[in-house]
Design a protein. Structure first.
Length: 315
């Protein structure tokens, strides 16, 4: 694989893309995507409630909720947006059981919201062939949950930035008035799309950098995150066409919204897993390798050993 460094960059990227495709098949990413879709479906309500609650302190819960529904509608269509709206309405029902019940409810919401991210981390470790850690105690569990909650906070920050840009564009539009409305709408739409793409790339970069139990240089992370964001942007249109052509809403009746939601999550997971494998292959062949964390050496009283590169997924 080192011979790729002597080839032209576009040709080397093509080899990396092919190797990532082979790894995607060899590691049964389709099955992992099904599991992740199920976990995400059950984690979605508490996750969205946390996002709306935290971001709502700045912009107001109604504004954040409406933006989420609007964004999901753009991705999944009206029925997908209806499903998100129903999930939010059900997840935001207030508990009337007193302080103790409120604390228990908050803990359960936090645990449920972070479950999907924990499953995502395990899937990435398996795809990147990271050896399983021998530490499986309470601290390891708490650490994983805090890491997952940190990613939710990243989602909140990105949502806040999107809201801030939308608010600024709306304010500028009011200043220009009616004469520049047509041109301004085009420019603002372009700016919004660029910001959305940048936010998506940043989200993938944070996940690839911090979720797996491995260390990868930022320069490799950004390449993989950019490729994944491009694939995801193209893929969302393909998924939208499939959902519309398959007419899942009519086929499954009352459950149509949920079926559309889980279908979108499943196919999005496939794109994400391929992007993660592309990132790994790129780092191993054209980048600066991937190094596995070895936290157990300190626990056993041994000197820390040099970190070893994860072997390439395909040969």
């Amino acid at each position: 694989m080192q011979a790729l460094k002597h080839e032209s960059y576009p040709k080397a990227l093509l080899h990396v893309a092919i190797a990532a495709g082979k790894a995607w098949s060899a590691h049964r990413a389709a099955s992992k995507g099904a599991a992740l879709a199920l976990y995400t479906l059950f984690s979605l309500a508490p996750m969205l409630v946390l996002v709306v609650t935290i971001a709502g302190f700045i912009f107001g819960e109604d504004t954040v909720r409406n933006l989420l529904i609007e964004q999901m509608g753009g991705l999944m269509g009206q029925q997908g947006a209806d499903a998100i709206q129903t999930i939010l309405a059900g997840g935001e029902k207030k508990s009337s059981g007193g302080l103790f019940a409120g604390i228990i409810s908050a803990v359960l919401v936090l645990v449920s919201a972070t479950t999907a991210f924990t499953e995502l981390k395990d899937s990435l470790d398996e795809l990147w062939e990271v050896p399983k850690s021998t530490s499986s105690g309470l601290w390891s569990l708490i650490r994983e949950r805090f890491l997952s909650f940190g990613l939710i906070l990243v989602l909140v920050l990105m949502l806040i930035s999107t809201l801030a840009v939308s608010t600024a564009l709306a304010a500028v539009g009011n200043v220009f008035g009616g004469d520049a409305t047509g041109l301004f709408k085009i420019v603002s739409q372009i700016i919004s799309n660029v910001i959305a793409f940048a936010v998506l790339t940043g989200l993938f970069a944070v996940i690839f950098k911090y979720m797996p139990a491995a260390k990868i240089d930022w320069k490799d992370v950004w390449v993989g995150a950019l490729i994944t964001a491009v694939l995801f942007t193209i893929g969302k249109f393909a998924i939208g066409l499939y959902v519309a052509h398959a007419d899942l809403g009519s086929t499954y009746g009352a459950a149509g919204s949920v079926v559309i939601l889980i279908t979108w999550i499943y196919y999005s997971a496939q794109i994400f897993f391929y992007g993660s494998l592309f990132t790994h292959e790129y780092a191993m062949t054209l980048g600066s390798k991937v190094n596995v964390e070895q936290p157990d050496a300190k626990k056993e009283g041994k000197a820390a050993q040099p970190q070893q590169a994860v072997p390439a997924l395909t040969r």
